[in-house]
Design a protein around this ligand. Structure first.
Ligand code: NAP
Length: 370
């Protein structure tokens, strides 16, 4: 019988492997589900930690790392045949490291598998704040060793956008894991905020749930330049760019003098064989624009400041975090595909094991009932 009730048991461990480097849009068949036996035991003398995986985070960088494309200064690619990895939340089954005890709830880098033997326990952290949903340790609250949504929004907005009260802000992919937070930070700052997203449902949620001043479905707009002019008749002070491509080209035409563009991501380009060209670059000069790319992992030092800001905001309900949660390890491939087709609503999370869920605080948020 499969059980994780005690160390020393041998159980079956489902895991998802990358078949080969992904080319073009991801497909569920790019990943391979396999089952191996695992002894629920830490090798004698090692400082490894054995974790039962409860939640996994699904993010665009996992696609980027599954391609062969060179990423200088970024993360290396996963090797074909290796287990996919991301942030996970889990429960310690056995520990060879004095910082972790059996039963501890932890978050850190885990495999896309039911049980993970963490051989680098420095990538694992104990869950400190038990009054927020466990799944928040996959995105909004974690220290980044991989691109992390909460700190990304915070760093991008406060450090790179240098926003002031009353300025106009445009966010592309605004209902995503990062975009939804940036928009709320901009509203707290007193900015006028407009977001783009890929469905009417997201547009409605941006306006009615997250407090954006306006939003539009970029898939329904014939001319993005006209669309931005309609929403920003005086122009855009700040663009938080998650998408790149045609959207960025239209943004350049609509920036105000001395505007700022924070380049967080360019998801419209990730799956293309050849990236699209940008035609309106001269506006950078005419309008004295500042464009700056950033990678959140360069900004670890801001994490304590970020946490001091974000935890009270979440507890007081000043910031809402919408998650799109699916169940079972088997749903990970579809979740990865779903990052590229506008189907998900908010930060994508997969529940691998259902224990603890009903005992968690803020259970309704945890279960995605925004
Ligand atoms: P996300 O927005 O939660 O998920 C991706 C979303 O992108 C999809 O839901 C989809 O939403 C949109 N999208 C997919 N393909 C698109 C296309 N061809 N054109 C326009 N929109 C498209 O992802 P996230 O975690 O918040 O990340 C947002 C961006 O930031 C990504 O580009 C990511 O790579 C980047 N990132 C950067 C850092 C950093 O340190 N610089 C850290 C984290 C993330 P809709 O189509 O419905 O809008």
């Amino acid at each position: 019988m499969e059980t994780d009730g005690g160390a020393g048991n041998v159980v079956r461990n489902k895991k998802l492997m990358l078949k080969d480097y992904i080319k073009g849009s991801p497909k569920e068949s790019d990943l391979h589900l396999t089952t191996e036996s695992i002894e629920l035991k830490v090798p004698q003398g090692s400082n490894a930690v054995l974790v039962k995986v409860l939640y996994l985070s699904i993010d665009p960088y996992q696609y980027i790392r599954s391609t062969k494309i060179e990423k200088p200064g970024y993360f290396s690619s996963y090797s074909p045949g290796s287990v996919m990895a991301s942030y996970g939340v889990g429960r310690v089954l056995e520990s060879g490291h004095s910082d972790f005890q059996k039963g501890d709830l932890v978050w850190g880098t885990t495999g896309w598998e039911e049980y993970s033997l963490i051989t680098e326990p420095e990538t694992l952290f104990k869950i400190q704040h038990s009054d927020v949903p466990l799944s928040y340790y996959l995105g909004v609250l974690v220290v980044p060793s991989f691109p992390n949504t909460g700190l990304t929004a915070y760093v991008g907005f406060y450090e790179f956008c240098a926003a002031k009260k009353g300025e106009t802000v445009f966010i592309s992919s605004a209902f995503g894991a990062v975009g939804q937070l940036v928009g709320q930070l901009a509203k707290l700052m007193g900015c006028y905020v407009v977001g783009s997203a890929g469905s009417q449902e997201k547009v409605d949620l941006l306006k009615n749930k997250l407090g954006f001043d306006a939003a539009f479905n970029y898939k329904e707009e014939k001319n993005l330049d006209d669309t931005l002019k309609r929403h920003f008749p005086e122009g855009i002070d700040i663009c938080f760019d998650n998408v790149g491509g045609k959207m960025l080209d239209a943004v350049l035409l609509n920036m105000k003098l001395n505007g700022r563009i924070a380049h967080c991501g360019m998801i419209s380009q990730y799956t293309l064989d050849e990236p699209e060209g940008i035609k309106n670059m001269m506006n950078i000069i005419y309008k004295r624009l500042r464009l700056e790319g950033f990678v959140v992992t360069d900004h670890y030092h801001l994490f304590p400041k970020f946490l001091d800001f974000m935890l009270p905001c979440i507890r007081e309900g000043k910031i809402v975090y919408v998650e799109d949660i699916s169940e079972a390890l088997e749903s990970c491939p579809a979740a990865l595909v779903g990052l590229f087709n506008s189907s998900k609503l908010g930060k994508k999370v997969v529940i691998v094991a259902t224990e603890l869920i009903t005992s968690q605080p803020n259970c309704s948020v945890l279960l995605g009932q925004y």
